[in-house]
Write a protein that binds this ligand. Structure first.
Ligand code: P1T
Length: 382
């Protein structure tokens, strides 16, 4: 990109950061370097790449772009959001302690409580909307404060700046899972977080055709430790997956604008529906952290959850009746999805204090024509 006085805007970075025309042919899109290894010039001398687990130019382009989108100094790409979370958990050692929100993606809770707990790393889950509870949960051994905001699936909004301050006062790292917001709506590093984590499977990829993850940060020492883990453990994306995420990122800004418009319209419609008892969407004025969401986020995105007055069985029936909303796990793609978290994405927190209400329905509102989406929900609710 040509040097300019003003930093390029988000939309420009999404399309160009790390994505200059290729040197050999001028191809305007980054090539998929489908190779496992790179010929070396002489022993100990190479052209920047040796072996594709350690590094691949398609992945480098994605990492450069993601760093720019989060306004971080570096990014590392992984084979899934969970592989990225696993790398962060591996920064800890036996005896260390984690404080985590009490409403997070079920798989994140499972990783800490079913995998790392066995290795001597304990986790305490608290309602992070209450800063006093977070301070109280901190131990001398707490090394990580895991902040997911907005939360999955209840759409609680957490104060990143305040929570990062609490983490740092206790000498712990503040990590924000920014998957629901995407870098277009929220930049955790700017609010004081040490690391932003993404399941790039979701909004960044944006087309439900790839699984991936990423970590973005500023501290070069953290980069070195995490890059070591990325290579040592090996949860890296293949070149085609890196390319798909990079292609998705190009349209992130325009997609998020439409996701937010559609999300707001669907949330407002549901909030007025006589059969709906509760709607969780940060863009509603009635949302308890609406003001915080306005300060912390550019707009409110396409994720929401709600409950029907008639309860769990009716919710499950309704979720199976929509025609445009596909009944499926995952989120953040152009197509709308519907699911019942406790029975699907959050099965691993069943029976714990993290369990969402059994009748909670979650929507990932896509970018289809919003009237069609509302009509589909109206018919399914009946
Ligand atoms: O699925 P994967 O790319 O490994 O990402 C895990 C993950 C991490 N963080 C958040 C906030 C997530 O929502 C997820 C994955 N979530 C789903 C599959 C889901 O339907 O909620």
């Amino acid at each position: 990109m040509p040097t300019r006085k003003r930093k390029p805007g988000f939309d420009t970075l999404a399309i160009h950061a790390g994505q200059e025309p290729e040197g050999l042919t001028g191809a305007v899109t980054v090539p998929i370097f489908q190779t496992s290894t790179f010929a070396q010039v002489a022993v100990g001398k190479n052209k920047g790449y040796e072996y594709a687990r350690t590094g691949n130019p398609t992945r480098t382009a994605l990492e450069t772009c993601l760093a720019a989108l989060e306004d971080g100094r570096w990014a590392l790409a992984f084979s899934s959001g969970m592989a990225a979370s696993d790398a962060i958990a591996h920064l800890l050692k036996a005896g260390d302690h984690v404080v985590m929100g009490d409403d997070v993606y079920g798989g994140t809770y499972r990783l800490f409580v079913r995998v790392f707990d066995q290795l001597g790393i304990a986790t305490t889950a608290v309602d992070m909307r209450r800063l006093a509870s977070v301070r109280k949960a901190l131990r001398k051994t707490t090394r990580l404060v895991w902040i997911e905001t907005p939360t999955n699936p209840l759409l609680k909004v957490l104060d990143i700046h305040a929570l990062a301050g609490i983490a740092h006062a206790g000498k712990a790292l503040a990590v924000v899972d920014n998957t629901f917001a995407s870098p277009y709506l929220q930049n955790p590093l700017a609010h004081g977080a040490d690391l932003a984590l993404h399941s790039t499977t979701k909004y960044i990829g944006g087309h439900s055709d790839v699984v991936g993850g990423a970590i973005v940060g500023n501290d070069p020492q953290l980069r070195e430790r995490l890059a070591f883990l990325q290579n040592a453990v090996g949860g890296v994306p293949g070149p085609l997956d890196a390319w798909l995420v990079l292609r998705g990122a190009k349209t992130l800004a325009v997609r998020m604008e439409r996701h937010s418009l559609n999300g707001q319209a669907v949330a407002e419609w549901l909030a007025e529906h006589p059969k709906v008892s509760r709607v969780n969407y940060p863009g509603l004025r009635a949302h308890p952290q609406h003001d915080l969401a306005k300060r912390q986020m550019r707009s409110f995105g396409g994720m929401l959850s709600f409950e029907l007055k008639s309860g769990e069985a009716a919710a499950k029936r309704m979720a199976a009746r929509t025609k445009i909303f596909a009944l499926a796990e995952s989120l953040g793609g152009v197509e709308s999805l519907i699911e019942v978290p406790l029975a699907m994405t959050h099965g691993s927190v069943r029976g714990t204090k993290l369990a969402p209400p059994a009748g909670l329905v979650r929507l990932s509102v896509g970018i289809e024509t919003v009237h069609d989406l509302i009509e589909d929900l109206a018919e399914a609710i009946g």
